[in-house]
Design a protein around this ligand. Structure first.
Ligand SMILES: [Zn+2]
Ligand SMILES: [Zn+2]
Length: 156
């Protein structure tokens, strides 16, 4: 179905009083939007075409030392990407084992920080539970709400 068909149906949605098909269409379009947003965020956070040669930044949760790790080195490490596990590295600065976590790059100030959702995933992953979905990632340097930033910048 062409996108124009969907938008036309959505436009008619309010006037026709709504039947089941139109509810479904509205739901499907919502899913598409959410999916596109998730993909955008994923791409910006390390995937994508530029991401391949860009080093991945880790931060030690003990001493907050930040260091770079090449993506190809990470993939070489055995068991590093086993399932949904979040990679944790030994800190080269204070020597703490498995203390360094993947950071997120703040789109506003371009500094790296450990996102709240990463921390959540680590905490909940250890106990085998699903992390809550309403976790907000806020930059620890400038206070920018990451999701909000992408929402604002998509509007332009
Ligand atoms: Zn450290
Ligand atoms: Zn920031």
């Amino acid at each position: 179905m062409a996108l124009s068909d969907i938008t036309r149906k959505l436009f008619n949605f309010g006037q026709s009083g709504g039947n089941k098909v139109e509810y479904l269409l509205a739901g499907a379009l919502g899913l598409i939007i959410v999916g596109a947003l998730a993909l955008t965020i994923h791409t910006s956070f390390g995937g994508g075409s530029r991401g391949k040669n860009r080093p991945i930044v880790f931060e030690c949760t003990q001493c907050h030392h930040q260091f770079e790790q090449k993506a190809e080195d990470l993939y070489d490490m055995e068991g590093m990407y086993g399932g949904m596990e979040i990679p944790m590295l030994d800190c080269p600065s204070c020597g703490a084992q498995k203390s360094a976590l993947l950071t997120t790059r703040c789109p506003a100030c371009e500094k790296h920080f450990i996102s709240q959702s990463t921390l959540m995933q680590v905490q909940y992953g250890a106990s085998g539970q699903m992390p809550p979905e309403d976790v907000r990632d806020v930059c620890t340097h400038c206070g920018q709400d990451i999701l909000q930033w992408y929402r604002d910048n998509r509007r332009r």
